[in-house]
Design a protein. Structure first.
Length: 719
């Protein structure tokens, strides 16, 4: 069908009014007028003022082309004004009719009181409502008062949560008169009816196959919020469906194989195999290399080809081949109907910016055809994946040599880490070697298995108490599916920390070129994930800080912080840091007396004041710290932050046993009282072992006070 004869997707104001009324909105009285014969049908009283609006194809801004007139009826003829208006508009916009509306008067104040409302279908996030200041200068308000624009992903918001946000917003405060000398323009009950109608509107839009509806303005009139203008656009809307998968083979594989291994130094497959050779599965003889010729390589048994997997299938197949060979081998697996439950694709150039040959499309076509016919296919992770870590099995498939990255494989670890970027994952593992990672996965382009499915797989293991997510983009529909999964984690009181790359237009473009990421509007995704209960970080230092606190205390709660140090400058600096949403703890009389007694017991009364923040001076030793910490632990403080500047002779920084004993006692205080205790060691590389002693005890440990507080602030917002 040619462009000239393509059916119109534009939805005019008359049609929008009908949809709005069906959802429960108040709309201006109106009639779509076509000729003088319609005068008798007008639902208006003689002598009233009417607004005439041109209704024409693709006419989004009527007032810009002279498509709006105000008349007094019937003194002025509608037919005459239509004859004046229509010819100039009809040159560019096929005429549909003239919308005759009552001229509404609305409550006004010295502040802007017109609202803008839109609902749009987002293929990643579902229905999204945007609400802010409207009228002729909508774009100006949105640009200058960005914080005043509300965005609600309706799938994960409620009427109550939306009401709370609207009442607190600039527009809501103006409508309700909640500002200095303000008068209410409508009642709270009317505002709630408006919000309830917003949540009822998607059903009407889906029936009419509209993907976009805009109302501008919405005004307070007759005790209600009334829509007096609107347009829309039709679009195909596909219901989002999350895929229920069992991915136990991902977290609990029993047999693993690697393809693409050579004896050449630096070969990616060889590095993966050497790392896998140290796993518990290798000790059990359940790690294989697919290579025709040798019976074993790097201590691992070899299988000759893919056909051998048909008879002896594996749970996980790590496929480390160039893109063309990767696609060919996948097609062989599908053709033979078995061989591997999950295939991990290392190669790039499949479905990303470097894919010039259409390899990604070819893989998807193979999978879709087989699944449509009910035939077996493997599930794919990647392409462009750097590998994964499975601590309970001592398994590391990262293609980073052991001498470059020594991954801690603690079977008791509690963190599940999912990263789209392999580089980000290994950077975190290198910078935070004590991070208690139970599972860590680089998932690359998400050509098949997506964030939502991987998170669901990790949730099946009850030992994973905390999850971390680094994303650059989401496959179509997976933002909402991921948010629904995040809500399940939140309902189970298992926190998930999210850090999103590709937030700007430039960042989204870079993500698409590198990983083929589908990047939606970041503000909408942020709201979606926050509504689901995730903790959203804007910077990598926040991300590291939040993870340090949560990995130590997965059930972290609290915003009232007691700070103690042996450095005067940190005592002062803490007051600049412990600001809203954090609260600096204060001592009641009983706690003050106990703290003074502890200070006196350690002969520090002449130097130390029993106040918060507590400056113990360089004369305090470990025993003084512990005595004061136990007192503060019994106070109203909810979080205890201990700063140790270890350059003083009073603190042991050489004897490993004594350092670890002190760290263990600090951790013991936290466990006994059930309150988080964090440690700052603000000194250079000479004291790295001192820091590690604290980390080994399971204490969140930081180089700077600011680093510790960055995470506390985000966590406090959830309290």
């Amino acid at each position: 069908m040619s462009e000239a004869t393509s059916p119109s997707t534009f939805v005019d104001e008359a049609q929008i009014y009908q949809l709005l009324a069906q959802a429960g909105f108040s709309v201006a009285r109106h009639l779509l007028w076509h000729s003088a014969d319609d005068d008798a049908k007008l639902p208006f009283e003689p002598g009233c003022e009417l607004v005439l609006k041109a209704v024409a194809e693709e006419l989004w801004h009527k007032s810009d082309v002279g498509g709006v007139r105000v008349i007094r009826w019937p003194e002025q003829s509608i037919a005459e004004l239509e004859a004046q208006m229509r010819p100039s508009i009809e040159k560019d916009h096929p005429w549909r009719g003239l919308l005759v509306c009552e001229k509404l008067e609305w409550n006004k104040s010295g502040l802007p009181c017109e609202g803008f409302m839109s609902l749009r279908w987002d293929e990643n996030c579902g229905w999204v409502c945007t609400l802010g200041l409207g009228g002729l200068h909508t774009e100006l308000w949105a640009r200058e008062l960005r914080a005043g624009v509300l965005q609600w992903p309706l799938a994960l918001c409620t009427v109550d949560s939306a009401m709370a946000e609207l009442k607190a917003s600039l527009l809501g405060r103006i409508w309700l008169g909640r500002y200095r000398q303000g008068a209410a323009l409508l009642e709270r009950s009317a505002l709630r009816r408006f919000v309830e109608a917003i949540f009822a509107l998607p059903e009407q839009l889906e029936r009419a196959q509209l993907g976009l509806l805009e109302c501008n303005p919405v005004v307070p009139s007759r005790g209600e919020l009334v829509a007096i203008d609107g347009v829309g656009q039709r679009a195909a809307i596909s219901p989002m469906q999350s895929e229920a998968l069992s991915l136990r083979a991902l977290t609990h594989p029993r047999r693993v194989a690697v393809v693409g291994v050579s004896e050449r130094a630096g070969n990616v497959g060889r590095i993966i195999s050497e790392n896998l050779a140290r796993s518990r599965l290798a000790e059990q003889g359940e790690v294989f290399i697919l290579k025709d010729g040798p019976t074993q390589l790097f201590g691992l048994p070899c299988l000759p080809n893919v056909q051998a997997l048909r008879e002896k299938p594996v749970d996980l197949l790590v496929l480390s081949l160039p893109a063309p060979l990767t696609v060919e081998l996948l097609e062989q697996l599908v053709a033979q109907g078995g061989g591997a439950e999950i295939v991990y694709l290392v190669a790039g150039g499949i479905g990303d910016g470097a894919d010039k040959e259409g390899w990604g499309k070819r893989v998807l076509a193979t999978l879709h055809q087989a699944r449509a016919e009910g035939r077996w296919t493997p599930r794919l992770i990647g392409p462009n994946g750097l590998g994964m870590v499975n601590a309970p099995l001592g398994m590391n498939t990262l293609f980073i040599p052991e001498d470059k990255l020594q991954v801690q494989l603690d079977a008791q670890a509690k963190l599940g880490f999912v990263s789209q970027s392999g580089a980000f994952l290994v950077m975190c593992l290198s910078n935070e070697p004590m991070l208690p990672v139970r599972y860590a996965l680089s998932i690359g382009n998400q050509i098949d298995l997506r964030f939502s499915a991987i998170l669901a797989a990790l949730r099946e293991d009850p030992a994973v108490e905390v999850a971390a997510l680094y994303a650059e983009g989401f496959a179509p529909g997976d933002s909402l599916a991921t948010a629904l999964e995040l809500r399940r984690w939140a309902q189970a009181k298992r926190p998930v920390v999210v850090f999103k790359g590709g937030r700007t237009q430039a960042g989204m473009k870079a993500a698409a070129g590198h990983t083929g990421a589908m990047a939606a509007d970041y503000d909408v995704q942020r709201r979606l994930f926050e509504s689901a209960g995730a903790i959203i970080c804007e910077r990598s230092d926040e991300y590291s800080s939040v993870l340090a606190w949560l990995c130590a205390y997965p059930r972290f709660e609290g915003r009232c912080v007691a700070f103690m140090t042996n450095a005067g400058y940190e005592s002062v600096a803490s007051q600049d840091q412990l600001v809203a949403p954090l609260v600096a703890a204060r001592l009641d009389d009983e706690s003050h007396a106990k703290l003074a007694a502890a200070i006196a017991e350690h002969k520090l009364s002449a130097l130390v004041s029993a106040t918060l923040p507590l400056d113990l001076t360089p004369m305090a030793n470990e025993a003084a710290y512990l005595a004061c910490l136990r007192v503060l632990a019994q106070s109203a403080a909810e979080v205890l932050l201990v700063s140790l500047v270890p350059l003083t002779r009073q603190l042991e920084t050489v004897d490993t046993a004594r350092m670890e004993a002190f760290a263990a006692e600090l951790r013991q205080v936290a466990e006994q009282i059930g309150k988080p205790v964090g440690v700052v060691v603000d000194s250079g590389e000479l004291f790295e072992e001192y820091r590690k002693a604290m980390m080994r005890a399971g204490l969140p440990t930081f180089r700077r006070l600011e680093d510790a507080v960055a995470g506390l602030k985000l966590l406090a917002r959830r309290a």
